[in-house]
Design a protein around this ligand. Sequence first.
Ligand code: BJW
Ligand code: ZN
Length: 274
Amino acid sequence: MIAASDPAGRPPAGIERARRFLAEADGVLVLTGAGISADSGVPTFRGEGGLWRQHRPEELATPQAFARDPRLVWEWYEWRRRLVADCDPNSAHVALARWQARGAGVRIVTQNVDGLHGRAASDTGVASGPELLLELHGSLSRTRCTSCDARRERRDPIDTTSAATLPHCAGAGDCRGLLRPDVVWFGESLDPAVIGAAFGWAETADVCLVVGTSAVVQPAASLAAVTREAGGALVEVNPEPTPLTWRAAVSIRGGAADVVPRIVPGDQPSATSR
Ligand code: BJW
Ligand code: ZN
């Protein structure tokens, strides 16, 4: 395994090797998970800091949990919505957005619902749309009606004091259905158009750069395997090994904000910034 820094302070061989893979690729799929936002202050799901109060994410991110106690689930999401509103994209998000702006055939598929890739793109002046960025698991800044399915942008605070104060649909039909976060919970299907496009990108990419995901949640984790099976290479950035590590051509053990700017071709000046 390759460490992100060595005692003599030289850039480790893995960084150079990863950079070469990325520089020589015509098409790169970047698959990101919670770890890319950890350096922005957004907690990951699994491991240290993954608990909210006494609850594990797997207990709350389900339709059953919402049916049982919508107030509790909204309270968790509202805590995360407020937390993310106070966070900024870090140097990994920014380096990837700048790489995309250089028109280098780079597409990002994220499992994150924090919107930080999109914010990095707009801060960089890139008009990021679904041809460059796919959010597989939805977004914290949208709601969805449990009755009529209407989706809406919603960034203002949600009152989770009681079941009666939770948000309800005021759409065209004024159906008054209970709103939920527009995210994908365990046991729910991903949007077929979104996951279909992501698999298409995975099949044609020369390299899949996997950043900050434990790679245990399906179908997202399969995207990297698809690139590999189609003859592409995997480059991984994660402080810990994952189920993908053994299949990776290069696996760099390090934090995203430190490593990603150092391996993205043409982005070395920001390598030491957060
Ligand atoms: C750093 C770092 C730093 C730290 N820098 N890195 C096939 C086999 C088995 C099961 C299934 C299967 N197909 C489907 C399933 C069921 C299920 C599933 O995958 N279960 C597994 C857990 C076993 N999948 C589903 O239900 C999916 N639906 C589906 O497939 O529908 C059809 C179907 C249904 C039922 C049965 C069969 C088929 C839906 C999955 C939806 C996941 N939703 C969540 C919540 C989203 C909303 C929200 O945010 O609240 O998505 S769960 C949660 O996990 C969230 C994340 O996007 C996702 C992935 O987590 P991620 O990003 O990898 O985070 P962590 O915390 O796990 O890892 C962080 C990593 O960062 C770590 O590795 C750290 O080391 C690293 N790190 N600091 C870089 N500074
Ligand atoms: Zn409705």
